[in-house]
Design a protein around this ligand. Sequence first.
Ligand code: AMP
Ligand code: MN
Ligand code: MN
Ligand code: MN
Length: 283
Amino acid sequence: MPDTARYRKIDLHSHSTRSDGKLSPTALVDLAVEQNVSLFALTDHDTIDGVAEASLRSAEHGLSFIHGVELSTQWNGIPLHMVALNFSLDNSALLSIVKGNQAIRLDRARRIADLLIKQGLPDLFDEAIALAGESQLGRPHFAQLLIEKGVVKDANKAFDRYLGNKKLGQIRDVWPDLEAVLGALSGHNMELVLAHPKRYPLTVSKLKRLLGDFKRWGGTGMEVASGNERPDSVRLLERLSREFGLKASAGSDYHGPFGPWMQVGKFTQIHESEVDLVWQTWP
Ligand code: AMP
Ligand code: MN
Ligand code: MN
Ligand code: MN
């Protein structure tokens, strides 16, 4: 394998206005090009609605573009995110999971609104739907409404006080099981990557159990860097990537121009020669 596949600027995790990102798919691709990214994936939460637009724009720029989506799942009651990459847009197994998760989002939003009502807030359901518009309805929309209404001063507070996993109780356990999602998608000619493994409430030994399950159930990769992760976390994840035979992926998880040095194409440096890369053979 020539070294040209290595050391190019990639980003395999990003969000547009089709989920909870701030930029349209077109504007996001333009920014990726401006940031000298040469291999890019759009991975909106539970939707591939932005992929065709981003793909078209990428072609105009000559940017290598990979179809992606970030799927919501759960493992032992813990909500987990999985990034599917490099699939065909007419893959019916994937479309069926995406459709199912979209229905869950709507149902969950009703339950979140009810939970907020119980805490003395007005019914935000209709406003959340209106605010989401064409994008996948999610907790960030509720967070924005709580800010606009002066209930909290920023999104962090909204998650701390009302929307975080700890606050959601049973509304946390709505997503399809990881085993079922991997079972439905493995063997369907796509990469199945565990997103940001350090962002879950897991000890290292529990994380290893998760990675064992992930691999056994058909997962093919794991992110070893996600945004501004600590370098020692990246080191640990690189080791685990080798130990569990899960190919390394990486991305900014860009949502918009906010947060600590969040930028398209930017994530903590990884040691590309020490792991198998998910994008090794991609054009
Ligand atoms: P959902 O997909 O509806 O479960 O919402 C989860 C999304 O909320 C994540 O993808 C993040 O973009 C965002 N999020 C999670 N925690 C926070 C936080 N503490 N502050 C701001 N946004 C957050
Ligand atoms: Mn998000
Ligand atoms: Mn995520
Ligand atoms: Mn993400």
